[in-house]
Design a binder for this molecule. Structure first.
Ligand code: G3H
Length: 249
């Protein structure tokens, strides 16, 4: 089965109402390949989700940057999967390395979150990736396999999961993985899925790359056989995000 190219824009903790409207206007006016060719999802901060959803063109979709691990209730400051569904938000990013590192989200907690979000009908962009220290010590695959296993342990249906490989050392640093480095990990991840989850899932799950993707480096990365798209941070706040979407073709 052909894997449709996927481009996600993670706006992280950025933006004012005016800035958000400006980004949406740029996206709405952009000429990009059709939805049959590329799936585009942007992820504003919680407070702007409904605004963006209401203004954004209908062929692009919206993702939350996180959600709570179980049913909502007495969890001050959290946003539940049920609330996202209620607002018509179809996607959620889970397990971003910034949350893993700054908020101590463990592999197991991320796996639980992915499973709960899926159970409520959300589609999930599940993030994994190694630190520079882990890469330099030769444990990249062990780390990303353990992160993926914690998700695989809790998930049986992968139809609504996109796996985002984001090496921590490449995030926000301007130090993008080379196309060969990205392809190597994506290929190994697909092999891991083949051996541990199933051949059909390994063939169909989209594995996207994130970490200093921009308008200049996206085309070569997109040309790698196991790179099925991108999760873009900084450049998703800029007009060059449109060029990244266009790298689908
Ligand atoms: O979720 C996106 C990643 O953290 C990549 O961020 O493109 O700013 O390096 P970046």
């Amino acid at each position: 089965m052909a894997r449709k190219f996927f481009v996600g824009g993670n706006w992280k903790c950025n933006g004012t109402t005016e800035e958000v409207k400006k980004i949406v206007t740029t996206l709405n006016e952009a000429e990009v390949p059709s939805h049959d060719v590329v799936e585009v999802v942007v992820s504003p901060p919680f407070v702007f989700l409904t605004l963006v959803k209401s203004l954004l063109r209908s062929d692009f979709h919206v993702a939350s940057q996180n959600c709570w691990v179980s049913k909502g209730g007495a969890f001050t400051g959290e946003v539940s999967a049920e609330m996202l569904v209620n607002l018509g938000i179809p996607w959620v990013i889970i397990g971003h390395s910034e949350r893993r590192a700054l908020l101590n989200e463990s592999n197991e907690f991320v796996g639980d979150k992915v499973a709960y979000a899926l159970s409520q009908g959300l589609k999930v962009i599940a993030c994994i990736g190694e630190t520079l220290e882990q890469r330099e010590s030769g444990s990249t695959m062990a780390v990303v396999a353990a992160q993926t296993k914690a998700i695989a342990d809790k998930v049986t249906n992968w139809d609504n999961v996109v796996l985002a490989y984001e090496p921590v050392w490449a995030i926000g640093t301007g130090k993008v993985a080379t196309p060969a480095q990205a392809q190597e990990v994506h290929c190994e991840l697909r092999k891991w899925l083949n051996q541990n989850v199933g051949a059909d899932i390994a063939a169909s799950v989209r594995i996207i790359y994130g970490g200093s993707v921009n308008g200049a480096n996206c085309k070569e990365l997109a040309g790698q056989p196991d790179v099925d798209g991108f999760l873009v941070g900084g450049a998703s706040l800029k007009p060059e995000f449109v060029d990244i979407i266009k790298s689908a073709t």
